[in-house]
Ligand binder design. Sequence first.
Ligand code: NAP
Length: 502
Amino acid sequence: MQGVLPRVLPVLFGGTPLICLVLTGQTIQDNLEQLTKNRPYIDLCELRVDLLNPEEYPFIPSFPEVAGIPVILTCRRLADGGMYVGSEKERLALLEEALEGNFAYIDLETDFKRLSLEQKATMKGAKIIRSLHDFNEIPSDIFHRMAKIAARGEIPKMAVMVNSVANLITLFRAKEELREVGEKIVVGMGDFGFPSRILYKRVGSLLTYCSEEAVALGQISARAMKELYRGDRVDEKTKIFGVIGNPVLHSFSPIIQNQGFHEIKFNAIYLPFPVDNVRSFFILAEMLKITGFSVTVPHKQQVLPYLGKITREVKQIGSCNTVVRANNLWKGTNTDYYGFIAPLIKEIDSQRVQSALVVGAGGAARAVVWALRNHGCKVTIVNRDLKRAEQLANETMSSWDSLENAPLYKDVDLIVQTTPLGMAPYEGVDPIPSFEFKRGQVVYELIYRPHLTPLLKRAQERGCLLLFGIDMLLRQGKLQFESFSGYHYPKRLEVELTLEED
Ligand code: NAP
């Protein structure tokens, strides 16, 4: 590994926002391995001395030279989310000794002011990051405290818990509220803070933290930051898209949309927004000038009152999964409807599919039943909650029955499974275990992870034609991509995404 003069580099960066890898190894060797693996994706790293075995301490000063990139020196106490359990006196000695090395930055908490250490850092050319942590909330005076730290010539850092979209709005105000403060670090912890980690440049943060194994809530890998989200490429012109839901961080949609944007060189980013309150999200959407977003459980109905324009199928189904800005109005469409029906059209046109059993009566089932009815199919809905089945059946002129009675409908042409049974946390569960599939029936599973659910395995053994949730997901995602970008989804990527899922 090349030894360069790491402490000169931050000056060269001149405030350019950076991707920082938090090193989580217990030995220097572990950390060097993490560094080697992540080198293409990062600009600097943080050596978490508190995570190291004490026998590694003598090797700390030489670490920056070996690392070859700027290194932040940090020794976090238990109370601040770290692992250091020694006394403050021991911590001071450890940090002073470590500063014999050429660290680019040293991270110190606001209540840890030691003149000797600060003087040594200044003498060695290590900038001081002054950290404010709050694992419960965003303190009301946070911007004032940040400004005071900056006035002392230190880099203020806030790492605060974001508990709601309303909190996230506060965090995104940091850029404007602290516009006089040159270098600052803003970290939103927890699921609701996730968008601020990706859009760190829009929060005005000098850097974002990534890690191999999350040492703080909401951290992602440096590779995902650099190659999937490309958070470091966000500029003033980047269009922001996303998916709202709760939970939503597991969503496959950022892969579909970001890879598509990258392939057609569209300056845009797509990220998950965990949303507890739809109204607050629309305020955030105005603040960040979000151009469009996907909607998933549980918000597909809740977005409707905020839309200025809706398509015919949104009105029919009563649920919307795609929202875009159109002439200063939010316009809602439902690509689940088209994504679902597209793989079936051949079977419907050939009259192979004329009757269907739909398992479930939730949001996805609404799009499914309406699409089937609009294409002339006779539908029976079975659901755990009978009232819900009855209501959807009445709206769509369909029949309904209990989940237990599903086996009575064994002669239908098509079975559509729309419940989450079969995917985490219901892996291995079959919602209609007594249903006897017949050769030639079409079986359509909406779950896309795992690829073969227990229900599909049984249907496969009986010689049924299988249709997969991933096909629907990709088709509805492609349509969303067209709404978002105005371009067709790149053909080559469709193949790659399908193969990845297999
Ligand atoms: P939803 O509105 O919450 O509806 C869930 C449905 O599943 C309801 O009918 C519910 O029955 C039933 N259900 C839930 N837990 C159950 C249990 N333990 N036992 C029996 N029934 C249960 O959700 P959704 O939006 O319709 O989504 C459902 C599934 O479709 C999800 O797995 C989602 O990933 C998938 N989906 C896939 C795509 C795709 O593109 N492939 C698109 C949309 C959705 P009750 O009414 O009795 O609660």
